[in-house]
Design a protein around this ligand. Structure first.
Ligand code: COA
Length: 258
């Protein structure tokens, strides 16, 4: 399938989804987030894909937020529906994806852009990145999970500081806060992200799927993360990848999960 707002590529088991509206700093209109949802779902069902990278086209922005022009005249009901669809077809799809998703942040990650990045399982940012949730400067609040995931990642005090001031932080500060996992130079961003990808792909993708589900369970209402972990742990046994991983260890060789 071809997309109007994304570049979708698959290479060496890695699907890269590049958000492609550089003249609008990759601002997220509704069509774009439906396309991201579609792209992720097709990668989930594609056995050739084991890992997904989300990034932005150009050297200025990952995503500079939801497309402000699109919601400027919305009513309260439309505002609620926008937030609901942002949760259901964007950030929840990313967070609950059974294949690892890495955000390669290559510039501004603001509002919905930072919310996408926070829903990803890992975040790598280039030194020129700026991250923030500036929504209160527009008279609105973060609506794609930002009020929840920012506090989960960096703590309530820092999250409220960033949300109430609307300030942007750089990659150095984001690393210090634990908002990102790694910081690189702009030139190294995709090279480093690919290396990270290879490290993850050398492990059992089946086990990683169960680990993602278990970690996420702690943040989902009505679920007991410890119980989920027991179930997911049990499901790893008797699998081909478990047999390969354990027999490789016992035979003093590297496992081959391909
Ligand atoms: N929604 C819609 N369009 C956006 C956008 C957004 N979130 N962010 C940037 N753009 C558009 C601009 O309107 C401009 O389009 P134009 O050339 O047709 O006027 C283009 O992208 C370039 O942006 P510009 O503001 O000229 O770039 P800049 O380098 O001067 O500033 C930012 C960069 C990121 C500081 C600034 O664009 C900005 O503050 N964007 C909004 C961020 C935001 O509030 N996000 C949360 C939304 S809920």
């Amino acid at each position: 399938m071809s997309y109007n707002n994304l570049i979708y590529t698959i290479e060496d088991r890695v699907n890269t989804i590049s958000i492609n509206r550089p003249d609008k700093l990759n601002a997220l209109n509704i069509e774009t987030f439906s396309e991201i949802d579609h792209a992720i779902k097709s990668s989930v069902s594609n056995p050739e894909v084991r890992l997904i990278i989300i990034t932005g086209v150009g050297d200025k922005a990952f995503v500079a937020g939801a497309d402000i022009k699109e919601f400027v005249n919305f009513t309260m009901e439309q505002g609620f529906e926008l937030s609901e669809s942002g949760h259901k077809i964007l950030t929840e799809t990313i967070e609950n994806c059974p294949k690892p998703i890495i955000a390669a942040i290559n510039g501004y990650a603001l509002g919905g852009g930072l919310e996408i990045a926070m829903a990803c399982h890992l975040r790598v940012a280039s030194e020129n990145s700026k991250m923030g949730l500036p929504e209160v400067s527009l008279g609105v609040i973060p609506g794609y999970g930002g009020t929840q995931r920012l506090a989960q990642l960096i703590g309530k005090g820092r999250a409220l500081d960033m949300i109430m001031t609307g300030k942007m932080i750089d990659a150095e500060k984001a690393l210090d806060y634990g908002l990102i996992n790694y910081k690189t130079s702009p030139e190294q961003l995709m090279i480093f992200t690919k290396e990270l990808t290879e490290k993850i792909l050398s492990n059992s993708s089946n086990a990683i799927k169960h680990a993602i589900k278990s970690v996420n369970a702690n943040y989902q209402d009505g679920l007991n993360g410890f119980e989920i972990e027991m179930n997911e742990f049990g499901k790893c046994f008797e699998t081909k990848e478990f047999v390969e991983g354990t027999s490789a260890f016992l035979n003093k060789r590297k496992p081959d999960f391909n």
